[in-house]
Design a protein. Structure first.
Length: 573
């Protein structure tokens, strides 16, 4: 089903020195009285990999798993590389690296990264070769963003001891500009994210690094297959500032990032304190995680300990994997979910300045589905479009290739979640060794779909299929920045539809080594109209639209006017 993409550049435009948190009345936002989450039928996630034309086989680089480098796995990203309005899929792969592995390369495995073009009819075509994006080295993570604001989405891939920046030429091909741009990363790269940390209208780059891997280190207990993370020294992360001329400057030391080594796994970006400046959360393995608060002067301060997001539920150094910011309570404040090898963490944000996050893992019902699984890729999105963000977590063995089931937790609309995995399709009864996962509405039907990377196995495309008798309404926004970065990363969107009041922030990377559909998405329940949509752009411009019809992908271009205009009624299909 094709949905038309309509374009608007309308609304109120107000120039502000800094964005602000939602107004105080956000605390009293309406709650769905009849608890729509309990009455909405559960969509089915159907495995459509074969019929969609996707044939991705992940490789960990050799015939048998033998190192933490290989066990880390790889991620994926949804990217509209040809700007046709349909999300394409990029998947990262591992490769055999001489001198790093115990065994020879696996036979018959195409270990390149793959780009699948979305044909707009539910099928994909592998265009890796013609696009020129096979990657190199042992691939790990990926993030996408238009770093030069030319209207074409670019790709950054982290590898073991290297990285690749692919510049999108705008004609279906990419060029490796890693050296020219100055963003090489000769470390064990993992999660990465594009963000405009100084709000100058250009995307900068944050790169998480894992550890100082030494293939000669074979110290481990007999019950383990290979040495764990504590057998290796932590590594420092990197931050690159966009110079606006196609190059970047490594500002890791000047920003304070380099002074703090860690074992980064997933990376996510979000404005947790509502001051209008993007902050960075780094999920670290077997040590304290980092929450880098943006000081608005080019530097960051790690406030994870005082904000209660550094350690596990009992103060332990957790095995954190995939971090996701999101407002699961519809109160206007970015909460934080972190998948983990032991107990996931759901951290509530009160919105009160300086007040630590509150661990709601057990009270919310998330804790009861954590202990039996090792969580990796994850998403916090509204899978049934009832207006409340849900949790999708993929699981898999930590050291051994032990397959596990994935988890789908539905938001009850009252601060709790219900495990509906067994009711959402046969995929959730299938055990695989999952790693990265990325989420997008690839067919523009309004329901968010998923792709899962299986360590050493076949990738899986899941189509979100709602019951035909009761489809909820939805609205998806395609942002186009003018003063702000062209992707609109860092924008905060507020939507009011009847008794539903929601907030979504536009970000790049999220979860474990992966990137989701960058278009902000709102489930609307039975509301066919969005009464008011307000966009707070990173530049300080604010746009307000009224009476927006649901069931569309709405393209909104940032207003260039600095003067306030009268509220505008949005055109509808």
């Amino acid at each position: 089903m094709k949905t038309s993409l309509r374009t608007y550049a309308i609304g109120i435009a107000i120039s502000l020195p800094a964005l602000t948190a939602p107004a105080a009345n956000a605390q009293s936002a309406p709650v769905v009285a009849d608890n729509a989450a309990r009455t909405t039928p559960i969509p089915q996630f159907e495995d459509v990999t074969r019929q969609a034309g996707i044939n991705f086989q992940h490789s960990f680089g050799e015939k048998a798993l033998s190192s933490i480098q290989e066990g880390t796995g790889s991620g994926c990203a949804w990217i509209d590389y040809n700007s046709d309005g349909f999300m394409d899929l990029y998947v990262v792969n591992g490769r055999h690296v001489d001198g790093l592995t115990d065994h020879s390369a696996p036979d018959g495995i195409d270990a390149t990264n793959h780009l699948y073009r979305n044909n707009g009819d539910g099928t994909f075509t592998d265009v890796t070769t013609q696009a020129g994006v096979p990657g190199n080295g042992f691939g790990v993570g990926v993030t996408a963003g238009d770093f030069d604001n030319d209207g074409n989405e670019d790709l950054y891939i982290t590898n073991y001891n290297s990285a690749v920046l692919y510049h999108n030429n705008g004609n279906g091909t990419f060029t490796d500009t890693t050296s020219k741009a100055g963003v090489a990363n000769p470390n064990f790269g993992t999660g990465a994210a594009f963000l405009d940390y100084d709000r100058d209208g250009r995307l900068d780059l944050f790169v998480g690094n894992y550890l100082k891997y030494d293939p000669a280190n074979r110290q481990f207990y007999s019950a383990q297959q290979y040495p764990g993370p504590l057998e290796y020294a932590p590594e420092t992360n990197r931050r690159f500032h966009n110079n606006g001329d196609g190059t970047f400057t490594d500002v890791s030391a000047a920003s304070g990032i380099r002074a703090q080594p860690g074992r980064a796994m997933g990376v996510t970006v979000g404005d947790y304190d509502g001051d209008g400046w993007p902050d960075i959360y780094v999920a670290n393995d077997t040590m304290a995680s980092f929450l880098y608060h943006n000081n608005r002067n080019g530097t960051f301060t790690d406030v994870a300990a005082e904000m209660g997001v550094a350690y596990g539920q009992n103060g332990e150094a957790s095995t954190a994997m995939g971090p996701v910011f999101g407002d699961y309570e519809n109160k206007g404040h970015q909460a934080l979910f972190v998948s983990d090898a032991h107990f996931h963490r759901l951290l509530r944000n009160s919105g009160n300045p300086g007040e630590p996050f509150e661990d709601m893992t057990n009270e919310s019902g998330v804790g009861s589905v954590s202990a039996q699984f090792v969580g990796w890729g994850d998403g916090l999105f509204d899978f049934d479009n009832d207006g409340w963000k849900d949790l999708f977590i993929v699981n898999g063995g930590l050291v051994w290739l032990i397959p596990q089931q994935s988890s789908l937790l539905r938001n009850n609309g009252d601060g709790t979640f219900a495990d509906v995995s067994m009711q959402a399709g046969s995929f959730f009864q299938t055990q695989i060794v999952s790693r990265g996962a990325c989420f997008a509405d690839y067919d523009n039907d309004g329901y968010v779909d998923a792709f899962v990377v299986a360590l050493g196995g076949k990738g899986i495309l899941l189509h979100n299929t709602p019951p035909p008798e009761k489809r909820n309404h939805w609205l998806t926004i395609k942002l186009v920045g003018t003063r702000s970065n062209r992707d609109g990363f860092g924008a905060s969107l507020e939507a009011i539809a009847g008794d539903l009041h929601q907030w979504v922030q536009s970000t790049s990377a999220s979860g474990y080594l992966s990137q989701n559909d960058p278009r902000p998405h709102f489930g609307l329940g039975q509301h066919a109209l969005v009464d008011t949509l307000t966009i707070h752009w990173p530049s300080g411009v604010v746009q307000t639209l009224h009476d927006i019809k649901a069931e569309q992908v709405l393209k909104i271009t940032e207003s260039v006017s600095t003067a306030a205009a009268a509220p505008t009624k949005a055109k509808t299909p």
